[in-house]
Design a protein around this ligand. Structure first.
Ligand SMILES: Cc1cc2nc3c(=O)[nH]c(=O)nc-3n(C[C@H](O)[C@H](O)[C@H](O)COP(=O)(O)OP(=O)(O)OC[C@H]3O[C@@H](n4cnc5c(N)ncnc54)[C@H](O)[C@@H]3O)c2cc1C
Length: 270
């Protein structure tokens, strides 16, 4: 059971950061993962009074405050129009609406959970985390970093023009995913991120030839199949109670191929 001795509504990020340096204190997101833990917390630090529950859009980027809920991500028109609905597709199977009204992007990304749909979809984008002390770093680097006592202030997504697809496989609706897959493509990059392996998501680059062809919508079925086989062969999977290693590797191949086919079908549209 989670036990909290004292609740502090932070008045500034600096105050929250200082308090969070003590090992027995803890930042609160939506508290959905936290409440499942067996932990004695001295001071629970609430960031909800710092105006970090907004998605700001500029000409070049989306700036998503850490207290933004998964439901806000799901319903944000501009973010979903730009990402071809990939953000909505990534979060809409997470438990239920009431749950997504509480779970935050900060808790989801800071946790770097193996099963995370949220980490998978943002890894396939040109995205960054802004840490209170650590500054702005690429999400794919942050995903590999060890957990520390910094505060994730916001997630920044650069609006480089890309096409996106998000696919996942679940044994039953709203369960944790068995495998997650997000693919993006544009004039310079083609990224494939695969998560719930069951380890946390990793990002791979498409081969240049396939990226170019998919972007133009002229890639053959054989080429996409081969690309999916080659990329999935490099992605380590394991077994857990939801699925075996071999099944996950097979799923990775299938979801990557299907994503490439969808992007290829859209290719050359713009
Ligand atoms: C039953 C259940 C099912 C789930 N299913 C899925 C699923 O299918 N797919 C999926 O992607 N996710 C799933 N999740 C995870 C969920 O979507 C959230 O990612 C998770 O609950 C964490 O978000 P939160 O806002 O609740 O964070 P909290 O539980 O409040 O915090 C999580 C951790 O992050 C720290 N933290 C929170 N915010 C910050 C911050 N801004 N800076 C620094 N540290 C911070 C906290 O101290 C804590 O250690 C599931 C969770 C549960 C409980």
């Amino acid at each position: 059971m989670l036990k909290i001795k004292e609740y502090v509504k932070a008045e500034s990020l600096e105050q929250a950061y200082e308090l969070n340096q003590k090992r027995t204190n803890c930042i609160l997101g939506g508290m959905l993962w936290l409440k499942m833990s067996n932990r004695n917390v001295q001071k629970a630090i609430d960031l909800s009074g710092l105006g970090l529950d907004q998605i700001e859009e500029t000409e070049d980027e989306f700036r998503i405050g850490c207290m933004t809920t998964l439901r806000e991500l799901e319903c944000h028109e501009a973010l979903n129009e730009w990402s071809d609905g990939a953000v909505k597709d990534a979060v809409s199977d997470i438990v239920g609406v009431q749950f997504r009204n509480l779970a935050t992007i900060g808790g989801s990304i800071f946790g770097r959970y193996g099963f995370s749909d949220v980490l998978t979809v943002f890894l396939a984008m040109d995205s960054y985390v802004e840490l209170h002390k650590g500054g702005i770093i690429p999400l794919h680097e942050f995903a590999q970093m060890k957990r520390d006592n910094d505060i994730l202030v916001r997630v920044i997504v650069k609006k480089d023009q890309k096409d996106f697809v998000y696919l996942s496989h679940r044994n039953s609706k709203t369960d944790f995913p068995v495998l997650t897959c997000a693919v993006s493509v544009d004039e310079t990059e083609g990224w494939i991120s695969v998560g719930a392996r069951p380890q946390k998501a990793v990002r791979m680059s498409m081969t240049e030839e396939v990226r170019k062809k998919v972007e133009q919508g002229v890639c053959s079925e054989e080429e996409m199949k081969k690309e999916a086989e080659d990329i999935s062969a490099q992605i380590k999977t394991d077994s857990n109670m939801r699925a075996g290693k071999e099944y996950r590797s097979h799923l990775a191949k299938v979801l990557i191929r299907r994503s490439l086919e969808r992007l290829n079908a859209k290719g050359g549209d713009q």
